[in-house]
Design a protein around this ligand. Structure first.
Ligand code: FMN
Length: 349
């Protein structure tokens, strides 16, 4: 299976299936000397963990991450960092009824069409369980970036089109969905602060292209807006363009409709993403589908599922954004001859 490796210099390979013994990530290319221990990762994986609120599944996954390699005396050594998260509370028998049945909205049919073999228990490699490994790796990237002043913040902005700030309406919607056995779509905002101007590339590896691709690699993501996003297609140049100005001797912008990226390269403003999630595909309402032998059937999915995805996915958007930025900022160190010459001049003097 290809496509499990992400990044160019700061690379992450995730491995494992939701109902195997463990999942994990291997980071290669993390610079040596970064202070790192498991407590740097725990706050991130804890935010993704199910069973934390009324909005998420009652599954109790213990997402404690063990660092197996690449750290000595509390610092990264430059060697591959192997991260392990053991699987527990799997309830594989919950999935017995799904053997050979294609769940609507899931990857079952397409995975079978491609590979001809599939682990029906929880979606295997297509399971959102895999995102725990990315979040753990993203926490390492975020720690590296924090040392340079780059920070990430994500929050749920809407559930089923209702602003998340309207807690009463959101709680009523979730209670209603639980009773009916249905699910609903949702939206997350992810803001990246402190990125200096000049990060990203002008053609295929535009920073916005890399960020959007990273967000689309998260299950259930159906759209990504950067800055004004789709709204820009309804605006005029006079209102959409961000006027440049000087502030404390530095070039800045009066507004940020662009979302912090111009021509694929960061402009020094906050980078602002909105990520849109479809409704959770597993619902307990009766759905029509087919089996792998071509017979038609009805399907009710009784397991433990999130009625809405954004509350657990918000930290996944942060993790993916951190992986993109760590990689892009490391790549950026090779952009100019003068910094290359200066780096080696400093070392030989
Ligand atoms: C953090 C997170 C949690 C998810 N939890 C569930 C879940 O409990 N039940 C479910 O059916 N889908 C869940 N999903 C979505 C599915 O993994 C996803 O929709 C499915 O693999 C099909 O992929 P696609 O929607 O990208 O086409 C979750 C996704 C994320 C990012």
């Amino acid at each position: 299976m290809s496509g499990s490796v992400f990044g160019t210099i700061f690379t992450v390979t995730t491995w494992g299936e939701s109902h195997g013994r463990a999942i994990g990530a291997v980071i290669d290319g993390c610079p040596a000397g970064l202070p790192l221990d498991e407590s740097d990762i725990a706050p991130y994986t804890e935010r993704r963990r199910p069973g934390r609120s009324a909005l998420s599944t009652k599954r109790r996954e213990d997402d404690r991450t063990e660092i197996l390699s690449g750290v000595f005396d509390g610092k990264t050594t430059g060697a591959p960092i192997s991260l392990l998260i053991r699987n527990s509370d799997q309830h594989s028998s919950d999935y017995d009824a799904l053997l050979g049945v294609y769940r609507p909205g899931h990857a079952d049919y397409t995975f079978d069409a491609k590979y001809g073999i599939r682990d029906h228990r929880g979606g295997g490699r297509s399971s959102a369980r895999e995102t725990a490994a990315r979040v753990a790796a993203g926490a390492v990237a975020a720690k590296l970036l924090r040392m340079t002043g780059v920070t990430f913040e994500s929050r749920v902005t809407a559930i089923g089109g209702i602003p998340f700030s309207d807690t009463e309406a959101v709680s009523a919607l979730i209670a209603d969905l639980r009773e009916k056995g249905d699910s609903v779509g949702s939206e997350v905002e992810c803001v990246i602060r402190g990125v200096p101007a000049g990060i990203g590339d002008p053609v295929f590896n535009k920073l916005d292209a890399r960020l959007a691709g990273a967000m689309f690699s998260i299950g259930a993501v159906k759209a990504v807006d950067i800055g004004d996003g789709r709204q820009a297609s309804k605006e005029n140049g006079s209102s959409h363009n961000d006027p440049f100005c000087m502030e404390n001797g530095r070039i800045t912008k009066k507004t940020n409709h662009a979302g912090g990226i111009l021509g694929g390269i960061s402009d020094g403003s906050d980078i602002n993403l909105h990520v849109f999630f479809k409704p959770t595909p597993s619902i307990s309402l009766l759905q029509h589908t087919v089996r792998s032998d071509g017979t038609e059937t009805g399907l009710e999915i009784h397991g433990r599922h999130d009625p809405v995805i954004a509350p657990r996915a918000a930290v996944v958007t942060e993790g993916m954004a951190a992986l993109v930025l760590a990689d892009s900022m490391l790549i950026n160190m090779t952009a100019r001859a003068d910094s290359f010459i200066q780096f080696y001049a400093d070392r030989s003097s």
